[in-house]
Design a protein around this ligand. Structure first.
Ligand SMILES: [Zn+2]
Length: 434
């Protein structure tokens, strides 16, 4: 027995539960790891710190502090909310529809609080984070697994008690133990690979899946930001909406949701090109002067500062946003570093473009500056975090730690939240509910 959570409607009830738990644990001579136990009071959705402390085994329980919560919403959902259900699987008879409704409830709540776009790919919610999903536990699948495990447990035990239980359970519990090969209302869970396949086959959502599985893309690194879970849930939802191509651009409204009020799908900023998500995130001439430059500079500073620190040009390691680049020509090797954040469709062309653009310059620099070597280093990452395979080798080439990739990606992600195409407060108003 590990990681027990007690949920109670009132403080009195909580104390009762604690007493029972205390009695049970002392019966089996188990100890409370008091340092790991915390209490959390929530009143009408608000966090309440509490003066009075609960007492277990003669020791007091501390209140949970606000900075002790899970920053990551998925982790909090999986750890605090979903166990309330999982404890009941195999005991309470949930129907397939009940569980479906809870899954829908999770999705609509996320949408309501702007943490998931209503038209985003719903399969991604329960796909693992390292595979590009948000990693919320699939309740349907955990229920089926739990029932299978419990059935196996009872049916494999040979004591008289277990046999009697198996015989007696004629559809009294969801386990239906008396029936040798059937459990009531369990559906085969949809396996992860199946969800990924569904996602890949979708006309709009599948585009990102296609891009990320290209040979030149490092899938694992491209999802570092998701696995890390350091971005706000709103930003996270927004990044996925960009990848899913469901941001309410004019082009999207006109052609995908076929909104009759949108007749002109030209960009609201430059009025020259079609307002698509790729256009807004990296191709708009009007935004190029300000938004993209700010984003570019913020990530460029990270690389510059890391280089300067590695080469002992500066002593301090200020946070990157406090730092202004300086230049140095002390070396006999020159690196022509160009940082670019293209949109997801342009990874390969941007990379090739940088190489050809700098080749002549590299030859010239080598001759003029009497250098031993001139190296062209295009550091490319797309607006939604897609990372080409060339990224880490280039960092190594510069003598930089590959962990820098993560900082680079996070900074680009935070910048993106300030994008003009940023999370609209009107997601729901714009589209209606899913
Ligand atoms: Zn534009």
């Amino acid at each position: 027995m590990d990681d027990i959570k007690l949920y109670a409607a009132t403080e009195v009830q909580l104390r009762e539960l604690l007493k029972i738990t205390e009695a049970c644990t002392s019966d089996v001579r188990m100890e409370f790891g008091m340092s790991k136990c915390k209490v959390l009071h929530i009143n009408k959705g608000q966090w309440k710190s509490h003066q009075e402390r609960e007492i277990v085994t003669g020791q007091t329980l501390d209140n949970m502090d606000t900075d002790e919560t899970y920053k990551n919403l998925t982790k909090a959902t999986n750890t605090f909310a979903i166990p309330v259900l999982t404890y009941s699987f195999g005991i309470i008879k949930w129907s397939h529809t009940d569980i479906e409704n809870i899954q829908i409830f999770i999705r609509t709540e996320l949408t309501k609080h702007r943490m998931s776009h209503p038209n985003a790919c719903k399969e991604r919610l329960t796909i693992d984070r390292k595979q590009g999903g948000r990693g919320i536990i699939d309740i349907q699948s955990i229920r089926t697994k739990q029932i299978k495990t419990l059935r196996h447990f009872f049916q494999s035990k040979q004591t008289n008690l277990h046999r009697a239980i198996v015989k007696a359970d004629k559809n009294y519990t969801p386990l239906t133990l008396s029936s040798p090969d059937h459990a009531a209302d369990t559906h085969n869970p949809i396996e992860s690979q199946e969800k990924i396949n569904t996602w890949s086959q979708k006309a709009l959502h599948g585009k990102h899946r296609y891009r990320i599985t290209q040979d030149n893309i490092n899938e694992k690194q491209s999802y570092t930001w998701l696995q890390d879970g350091q971005l706000f849930p709103e930003t996270e939802g927004f990044m996925l909406a960009i990848q899913d191509q469901v941001i309410a651009t004019r082009n999207y409204k006109k052609y995908i949701i076929k909104d009759p009020s949108v007749t002109n799908d030209n960009c609201r900023k430059c009025h020259q090109q079609k307002e698509t998500i790729d256009h807004i995130t990296s191709a708009c001439k009007t935004l190029a002067g300000t938004e993209y430059t700010a984003r570019h500079n913020s990530v460029a500073k990270i690389i510059h500062q890391a280089l300067a620190t590695t080469d002992k040009l500066i002593e301090s390691t200020d946070p990157y946003y406090n730092y202004t680049p300086t230049s140095s020509k002390a070396d006999k090797v020159t690196y022509l570093i160009d940082i670019a954040i293209p949109n997801d469709t342009n990874v390969q062309t941007t990379y090739a473009g940088k190489i050809s653009k700098y080749t002549d310059l590299a030859i010239e620099v080598k001759r003029l500056w009497k250098q031993n070597k001139v190296v062209i280093v295009p550091l490319i990452m797309t607006v939604s975090g897609l990372t080409p395979n060339t990224f880490t080798p280039h960092l190594h080439q510069l003598g930089l730690d590959e962990k820098l990739h993560k900082i680079f990606q996070k900074s680009a992600g935070e910048q993106r939240a300030d994008d003009p195409a940023g999370p609209s407060p009107n997601w729901r108003r714009d589209h209606g509910n899913p």
